[in-house]
Design a binder for this molecule. Structure first.
Ligand SMILES: Nc1ncnc2c1ncn2[C@@H]1O[C@H](COP(=O)(O)OP(=O)(O)O)[C@@H](O)[C@H]1O
Ligand SMILES: [Mg+2]
Length: 238
């Protein structure tokens, strides 16, 4: 099941103004799976294949994405990605991504996990950490505090990182949004950030090279997810 770590809220424990903790003990039966990686690595392709496979096994699946898969989120997505908004302050950008996550968790992810569904999200906190951290403007620790607060420390049971040299991914996209157009160094740093996050917690990550065949990648993902699906509730997260 998806779990919330016991650790107190960083940096100084629960604050009275935070109100009741929404996620604690609130995810009894669901499984939370996240796809991460750069643009064009196959997240949409593989998340759909996995959703189809789990659905065929008779389990409810909620396939979703960040940023933008709520009404509020769609507006926030436009604010952070559409170049027409011009110079967006890095702090404002971080807070808008965080707001999207908070709404996403509240409106979509947690209710589905409480029903016992498998939630598959195309991008989650790691993308915010990798891209905001890669910008070298905001301290990564601060970005992480904001992201963890926004998601009330809800961690995926499994994050599938599809790893690809950015030169093989975003190249060729003509009309770039703000992230796609951010420059080669930015995407190289973001890739390394994703890999570091995975290396720090191998029990909760599956890292796969993104340009092996689609069917082979899907099979590797299914084999890892099968053990999550067959584990009794409450035993899969360590
Ligand atoms: N393993 C793969 N090898 C080669 N091409 C792939 C692979 N997986 C996906 N693609 C192709 O790459 C493109 C981007 O895939 P997509 O799933 O949309 O990536 P993302 O959602 O990560 O941006 C699509 O044209 C897709 O068909
Ligand atoms: Mg996609």
């Amino acid at each position: 099941m998806a779990t919330v770590p016991d650790a107190p809220h960083p940096p100084d424990g629960p604050h009275p103004l935070d109100g009741p903790v929404e996620t604690a003990a609130a995810t009894p039966a669901g499984i939370f799976i996240v796809f991460e990686g750069g643009d064009g690595v196959g997240k949409s392709t593989q998340s759909q294949l996995l959703a189809d496979w789990i659905t065929a096994r008779g389990r409810e699946v909620v396939l979703t994405f960040e940023p933008g898969d709520t009404r509020i989120g769609a507006t926030l997505r436009d604010l952070v990605l559409n170049p027409e908004w011009g110079d967006v302050s890095p702090r404002a950008e971080a807070l808008m991504y965080a707001a999207d996550k908070a709404q996403h968790i509240h409106e979509l992810v947690l209710p589905a996990l409480r029903r016992g569904a498998v939630v598959i999200s195309d991008r989650y906190v790691d993308s915010m950490l990798a891209y905001q951290g890669a910008g070298r403007v905001l301290a990564p620790e601060r970005v992480e505090q904001i992201a963890r607060w926004a998601t009330d420390d809800l961690l995926p049971d499994l994050t599938v990182l599809l790893d690809l040299d950015p030169a093989d991914g975003v190249g060729g996209i003509e009309e770039k949004d703000r992230v796609e157009g951010a420059g080669a160094d930015f995407h190289v740093r973001a890739r390394l950030f994703f890999l570091d996050l995975a290396a720090a917690d191998p029990a909760h990550y599956l890292v796969l090279p993104a340009r092996t065949g689609i069917a082979e990648i899907a099979a590797q993902i299914r084999s890892r997810v099968a053990s999550l699906l067959s584990a009794p509730a409450g035993t899969v997260s360590s």
